[in-house]
Design a protein around this ligand. Structure first.
Ligand code: C5P
Length: 225
């Protein structure tokens, strides 16, 4: 007996973060960005200069590390900390983005984060976004959305995000390649790869505004939950 769970999955740059946050706000639900958790671990591995494929060393490091997600009333709505260091900004750098998929494919990493994510959803009343929410984290979610857009559209959105952060060095073609590379690693890994759950509803968001996508999901929620 719990409140409903909404799972939002999809490839990089499909607009999941903003939409998930708005849907959670509209429903008065918790917002969980699981990508931020994988990013935090990637940040830690880079910070400690552990080789990305040294799974035993990464596993050992995780045993003595506390990852904390705290709700805030500002933007971004989640504050991410590793032990006592606030990494909310640091996990958004191009360097973390370029390396996160290599860390996210490790079983030792996924096991730890899966547990923590499921704890967040214990009572329901949550909108969670990621790659494996509908397939592994919350397979019993009442509503599952698979958000996609063409690679070009997703690259354009990512560039816009980066431009807001003052990063203007990357061009569209390079961004498109990076996104496709990350999606490739995420969807071909052995454990919990990026894929649409059979019972997920696919929304193709090319040409749709954030507001339109949010409203579409809220309508589906009203119908399904
Ligand atoms: O959503 P975001 O782009 O922040 O995710 C960063 C990375 O974290 C993804 O490319 C993927 O490698 C990993 N991830 C994952 N499973 C999730 C969420 C994110 O493997 N549920």
């Amino acid at each position: 007996d719990r409140e409903p769970i909404v799972a939002i999955d999809g490839p990089a740059g499909a607009g999941k973060s903003t939409v998930t946050r708005l849907v959670a706000e509209a429903l008065g639900f918790l917002y969980l960005d699981t990508g931020a958790m994988y990013r935090a671990i990637a940040w830690l591995v880079l910070e400690k200069k552990i080789a990305l494929d040294d799974e035993p060393a990464i596993a050992e490091c995780l045993e003595s590390t506390t990852l904390t997600l705290r709700r805030t009333n500002s933007t971004p709505p989640l504050q991410v900390s590793i032990d006592n260091t606030d990494v909310t900004q640091a996990i958004r750098t191009p360097q973390v983005t370029a390396n996160v998929s290599a860390v996210a494919k490790l079983s030792a990493v996924r096991q730890v984060l899966l547990k923590q994510q499921q704890q967040w959803g214990e009572k329901g009343g949550i909108v969670a976004e990621g790659r494996d929410i509908g397939t592994h984290v919350f397979p019993n979610a009442e509503l599952k959305i698979f958000l996609t857009a063409s690679a070009q559209e997703r690259a354009r959105r990512r560039l816009q995000d980066l431009a807001h952060q003052g990063e203007t060095q990357i061009d569209l073609e390079q961004m498109e390649k990076e996104i496709q590379h990350r999606d490739y690693i995420d969807s071909t890994r052995k454990i919990a790869p990026l894929c649409k759950a059979p019972d997920a509803i696919e929304l193709v968001t090319d040409g749709l505004s954030i507001e339109e996508v949010t409203q579409a999901i809220l309508k589906l929620y009203a119908r399904h939950c």
